[in-house]
Write a new protein. Structure first.
Length: 553
């Protein structure tokens, strides 16, 4: 607070920021990007009692620090928090008191390691800081331009309204509120979305609202609303995404689950993951709606986010033309917006495709891809897509550091179907088939509308195991028109099954797209397969499909 006050002296009134801080000592449940529990709830209540620029602490903190700091404490009495009361104290710094240098405690504090959510309770100080009516986090002597953590997200804005409890049972209110809060939390982890805070959306709880008015009030382009209805041991959750501009329905889904006291949190997690994957992912309903809108824009008016949307489309429609236009678009846009982390991460993807697929190659694609990925991470250290691209670079370089980097990227958000699907792909070809295929299946479960390439690892894994019919079953689901991998998988599976007519048709489609495919197959497939024996097995199937695979190619 002393540092903030000092910084404010050099600022004009509109730029000055005033914070209230509440501190509690208690049990906190920690997950990768948030903490919650009674300890946090009490800290939030204490924050509201503090004056702007002031600090309010709980009795549990007062008992630990009284007499040990050059400050005084003014009792604010007992205050209700849920079903309990908490005695609060205001921190008073006497005139002329000598305080530790600003930042001293912060530099020496230990940061607890991350643990899986709900796996453990940790005794911790819960600190809640509010600024200008909204939740915020402050870092001394940094501006949004200098610190990506403070920078506003680039991308569409979404407001998640409180899910309505339709059960007629007030005790189910906690479940509908829990679903809402989980969805807000998970969507907030996506750097490509701007998610309106819970405090702003929960004011609409219990009200009949017009989503167009909500959009105007909160500045949100999209609104997610839903309902929860419990009957016996079954719960039905309905969710729908709407465009706040005209109230158009963009997406809707209903989830039916058995609900018991033992699986309550599991059901909440399952539904949250499905909803977030369907609307917030790279291939979700929000980005599909924005892509439709951006298609009508002139190329000269495209911004970095529009270029990212085009790059995302490439992973559904693999064409050299789309790759070139997306790459040129992003390179131009990032000249104007060089601090857009997701833009750099997607540009890294496009550079890597020059090497891995051979689209529009220029010199040193892996080096350029690595630099772009590093730039993304330097702008946003939590950029999962940036870390994914670092892993991809190591994968294509067949660098042993790939495995650690892949698992590091997964750990950032293990429920991001887009990223775990891609990392499952890389891990499979690097020889970790069990983990890679498991991630592919998880990506499919989280978002059934995922691009067809997510089916490639299960297909090749079955093929390597000698189950060619199972390999064919998965290959038929890839279904990306014009993408050579589609015909490659079909050709080698048909070849091993002795289905010569079908194998010949798939081989012909391969050669139609790339007349030099057979000549270059060994080299190109070798970019992916880390195991030479598995590569030879695949080449054998292609030969049986009638392709003249050379030994040197």
């Amino acid at each position: 607070q002393r540092q903030i006050a000092s910084d404010n002296e050099a600022l004009s009134d509109p730029r000055k920021m005033s914070f209230r801080i509440g501190i509690n000592l208690g049990d906190v449940v920690e997950e990768p990007d948030s903490i919650y529990g009674d300890g946090v709830t009490v800290a939030a209540r204490l924050e509201t009692l503090a004056e702007p620029g002031g600090i309010c602490i709980a009795r549990s903190v007062h008992e630990q620090v009284e007499g040990k700091l050059p400050v005084e404490f003014e009792s604010l009495g007992e205050h209700p928090v849920k079903t309990q009361t908490v005695r609060a104290y205001r921190v008073v710094v006497p005139e002329g008191a000598e305080m530790p240098p600003a930042g001293a405690q912060r530099e020496s504090a230990d940061v607890p390691s991350r643990k899986p959510r709900r796996m453990a309770l940790i005794a911790a100080a819960a600190v809640v800081v509010l600024v200008a009516g909204g939740v915020g986090v402050w870092f001394a002597n940094r501006t949004p331009a200098e610190d990506p953590i403070l920078a506003m997200p680039t991308g569409p804005t979404i407001a998640v309204l409180p899910f309505v409890n339709m059960s007629g049972d007030p005790e189910q209110e906690y479940f509908s509120d829990g679903i809402t809060e989980e969805i807000i939390t998970e969507l907030s982890r996506r750097s490509n979305l701007f998610v309106i805070a819970r405090n702003s959306t929960f004011r609409y709880k219990g009200q009949s609202v017009d989503v167009r008015q909500v959009g105007q009030d909160l500045g949100a382009r999209f609104v997610l609303e839903g309902s929860v209805r419990k009957s016996g041991d079954t719960v039905r959750v309905t969710a729908q995404l709407l465009d706040s501009g005209d109230g158009t329905h963009l997406w809707a889904e209903t989830y039916d689950r058995e609900l018991t006291g033992q699986n309550l949190f599991d059901v909440q997690d399952q539904i949250t993951e499905n909803v977030v994957g369907a609307i917030g992912g790279q291939y979700g309903a929000i980005h599909r709606a924005n892509l439709q809108a951006s298609r009508g824009k002139a190329p000269s008016s495209l911004e970095a986010y529009d270029c990212v949307l085009r790059a995302i489309t490439l992973l559904r429609q693999f064409t050299s033309e789309l790759h070139l236009s997306s790459r040129d678009c992003l390179e131009r846009a990032l000249e104007q917006d060089p601090d857009y982390a997701d833009g750099w991460a997607w540009l890294a993807y496009l550079y890597h495709f020059e090497h891995s697929i051979g689209y529009n190659p220029r010199p040193n694609p892996l080096e350029r891809g690595l630099m772009a990925a590093q730039r993304a991470i330097s702008l946003d250290s939590s950029s999962q897509l940036g870390h994914q691209q670092m892993a991809y670079n190591y994968f294509l370089s067949k660098h042993e550091g790939f495995f650690d980097k892949a698992n590091e990227a997964i750990a950032i958000d293990p429920n991001n179907s887009d990223v775990i699907g891609a990392l499952g792909y890389y891990l499979s070809f690097a020889g970790e088939w069990e983990q890679g295929v498991a991630l592919s299946h998880k990506a499919i479960a989280l978002n059934p509308d995922h691009p067809g390439w997510v089916y490639i690892p299960p297909s090749i894994n079955a093929y390597i195991q000698g189950d060619y019919r199972e390999a064919l079953r998965w290959a038929e689901r890839v279904g990306i028109p014009g993408f050579f991998k589609t015909y490659e998988l079909l050709a080698m599976s048909y070849g091993q099954l002795g289905m010569q007519e079908e194998a010949g048709q798939a081989a012909a489609q391969l050669l139609e797209g790339d007349p030099d495919y057979a000549e270059n197959a060994r080299r190109e497939l070798g970019k992916y397969f880390w195991d030479e024996t598995q590569l030879e097995h695949v080449l054998d199937g292609l030969r049986k499909a009638g392709l003249d695979i050379t030994e040197e190619g």
